[in-house]
Design a binder for this molecule. Structure first.
Ligand code: PLP
Length: 396
């Protein structure tokens, strides 16, 4: 009998690529380049969190937590949602703690979306949403955010809604553009969700990194808008707000019926997020207002520093309103593509950044015009990147 060739990937896994962002971090290590690619802080987390994490292990919080999350953490998340987001959330029936926002998003999609359903995704988009759609069987339907302010056209959005639309994914503040959706924009999306009975999955992981710019700019949570609490799944995590991306603690907030489904999927995907870090996460969330104000102020300084660097070397960018990235238009610089530019940057200049195509659908003709710089870095790291870019004289 002839032996069958061994299949090395399911059709599902074959439909998406390895993460370009994480690949750039590997290249940064290989070429000893300054890593401005992956979205992670290279500075210490608050000391209170280190103390809380070591206390949790010493208190023997070392076994599986309740699968949908440590009770103390869920209570803290519920209090936080009331304090910052204008949301009333039952910690016992409406929260599922997951391994980061990453798992919360894919568990939500797998729990609520069927094969053949459509998911509206604004592009550019955080690269995980494509594979999330594929893993859950959804067909992504892309709606463009238009430069320079990355707003959407209401008619284009309305045209994307149809009988098959099950959900829309939004991300505010937005990775990679730094856009913060206005209340008016969210009201437009909410109106369409209510009209078509479509659920909104909102990734608000950068909610505390918003730049005021003298405009009283504020993060608005979709679930706080009229009639949206029951139609919204709010995804969040400890990763960015507390500079602990490696702890892998995030959550999904949704009405009880949705939560039951999300919890089932979550249970069989991961059982639970790390128990001691969940317990310590409660301490993080309860930090005073001063912590959140300082976080935004420090990121305002880092943004200024990064913008000064790009101004000096002559790279165009869109000034971000939130999150910790500068999205740059490199189409004027004369490189063949975003990938050619990022390869030149990592190998010749010694700075790793992310090629923009990973944030666009394959048929978007502008997908090779952009790269993303991450500025969640120590001053010394940004200074090192500056020195390398200055020495390489990246000029037009
Ligand atoms: N969502 C967005 C928009 C992100 O930018 C990231 C990380 O860069 C994540 C989710 C991943 O979050 P987590 O570390 O909680 O899985």
């Amino acid at each position: 009998m002839q032996t069958r060739a061994i299949k090395t990937a399911s059709q599902r896994a074959d439909r998406f690529q390895e993460s370009v962002i994480r690949e750039m971090s590997r290249l940064a290590a290989q070429y000893k380049a300054v890593n401005l690619a992956q979205g992670l802080p290279d500075f210490a987390c608050p000391p209170e969190l280190k103390a809380a994490a070591s206390k949790a292990t010493h208190d023997d919080i070392n076994q599986y937590a309740i699968t949908w999350g440590d009770k103390l953490l869920r209570d803290a998340i519920s209090a936080k949602a009331a304090r910052f987001n204008g949301m009333t959330v039952d910690p016992d029936t409406e929260i599922t703690v997951c391994c980061g926002a990453t798992e919360a998003m894919v568990a939500t999609m797998m729990a609520l979306v069927d094969v053949g359903d459509e998911a509206i995704v604004f592009e550019p988009f955080y690269e995980n949403y494509g594979p999330d759609a594929i893993l859950s069987g959804a067909t992504p339907r892309y709606v463009r955010l238009h430069a320079p302010d990355w707003t959407f056209d209401e008619a284009e959005l309305e045209a994307a809604f149809n009988d098959k639309t099950r959900c829309i994914i939004i991300n505010t503040p937005h990775n990679p553009t730094g856009k913060v959706f206005t209340r008016a924009e969210l009201e437009t999306i909410a109106r369409l969700c209510r009209k078509h009975n479509v659920i909104c999955i909102t990734d608000e992981i950068y909610e505390h990194i918003v730049f005021d710019d003298g405009q009283a700019r504020k993060h608005v949570s979709m679930a706080s808008l009229e009639g949206m609490a029951d139609l919204t799944i709010t995804i969040n995590s400890l990763s960015k707000t507390y500079s602990i991306t490696g702890w892998r603690v995030g959550w999904a907030i949704a009405r009880p019926e949705f939560t039951l489904s999300i919890r089932k999927v979550h249970d069989f995907l991961t059982v639970g997020a790390p128990a001691p870090l969940q317990r310590a996460g409660g301490a993080a969330i309860e930090m005073g207002q001063k912590y959140y104000d300082e976080l935004a102020a420090e990121y305002t300084d880092r943004r200024r520093k990064m913008m000064n660097i790009l101004d000096e070397v002559g790279i165009d960018y869109y000034k971000p309103q939130g999150a910790y990235y500068l999205f740059s238009d490199i189409s004027r610089l004369g490189h063949e593509s975003d990938l050619a530019f990022t390869k030149y940057m990592v190998k010749e200049v010694g700075v790793a950044v992310v090629p923009g195509a990973s944030f666009f659908s394959p048929d978007n003709t502008h997908r090779h015009d952009y790269v993303r710089f991450c500025f969640s870095r120590r001053d010394t790291t940004l200074d090192a990147a500056h020195a390398k870019m200055r020495a390489a004289k990246i000029k037009l």
